[in-house]
Design a protein around this ligand. Sequence first.
Ligand code: HOZ
Length: 438
Amino acid sequence: MQSKYLKYTMNIEKSKQLFEEAKKYIPGGVNSPVRAFKSVGGDPLFIKKGDGSKIYDVDGNEFIDYVGSWGPHIFGHNPSFIKNALLNAIENGTSFGAPTELEVKTAKLITELVPSVEMVRMVNSGTEATMSAVRAARGYTGKDKIIKFEGCYHGHADFFLIKAGSGALTLGIPTSPGVTKNNAADTLISDFNNIESVKNLIKANKNEIAAIIIEAIVGNMGVIKADDRFIKELRTLCDEEKIILIIDEVMTGFRVAKGGAQEVLGVKADLSTFGKIIGGGLPVGAFGGKKEIMEIIAPSGPVYQAGTLSGNPLAMSAGYAALSYIKDHPNLYNELEEKSAYLEEGIKENLKNLKRKFTLNRVGSMLTFFFTEEEVTDFNSAVKSDTRLYGKYFHEMLKREIYLPPAQFEAFFISTAHSKGDLDKTIESNFESLKAIF
Ligand code: HOZ
């Protein structure tokens, strides 16, 4: 039977030309490695515009988008209330390097939405947020070492690029050249969902650990949720050992629930880090937490942290619009759950009909379809996925106008803009694509 969705004739000539040109001036032709399609093969598409659930490339092809700029677009692309907030803000100028009222309102709103956050500092990216949170923890505790988990990704600061996830994992450089031995020495690595491995490290480094940083719901080795018991024991361990627990909510904050992974798992961080949704699609990050710890940050305390564009008025207007919408529409998480569950069920039904047993992990509107039949609960089980097969699947979906993350160890993001029609087309395309790759 002729496929309903397959586009044999998709023209991507302009994207190809742009990529050749880009490679002359930008390393690898992209400004962030995962975008280059290296792990799925082929050339990246150059995107011209986004609207609702769709993106449009420079050749005029339309795709249902499940990347959503890697997480920020919880309402889909270019929602009118964010666009209007930006248009209003731009009337007054783009940057002052001085305090604004909107920063205060945004900070207050964040403390209302996330119970563990009493004070917050705005920065410009998730990387800045995580590296600054660690500096605050080190300054506060007077200790140097940190524990991170294998496969978790916290941005690209030197001391995080050790057994890291996301693009670093996908490209096979989880521990990056350029990170000095001394930098790496202060980062200890535990196994995700394995409390004994954390206990052993603490024992071997008694009174030396400033912080434990974790994606409590991981997005960067694909979606993996911390076990309830593991995360509760981790919290208790941190309290007993006077270690700062940093929950990295750059992906999960305002995404899996209003109060992020902490709300889903019923745990409170000492410090939390944010990005993506908090900026409404503009470059924003933030870190925040207990007042007592946050007051270590300059100018109230001695730990230096600064940024010319931090709290930028355009970024704050988009972020404030996004967070206000979330506050005023708590039901949006039910809508996201329904849509995401519908997609999950559809894919699972396809797998059943095709007699395949691949693993699907989903928390709210974040989902990863792992090409392994085993349960995925940590790094070792995640890397059992057949990434070559994911690449084939990715291209079959792309030919059917479905834009998925161009790497296995990432999340699909579902937005409120995804319609039932979009989800049905995705499910049917999933069936056809799976059939095509075997
Ligand atoms: N670090 C992002 C994925 N986890 C990718 C960012 C990008 O390439 O835009």
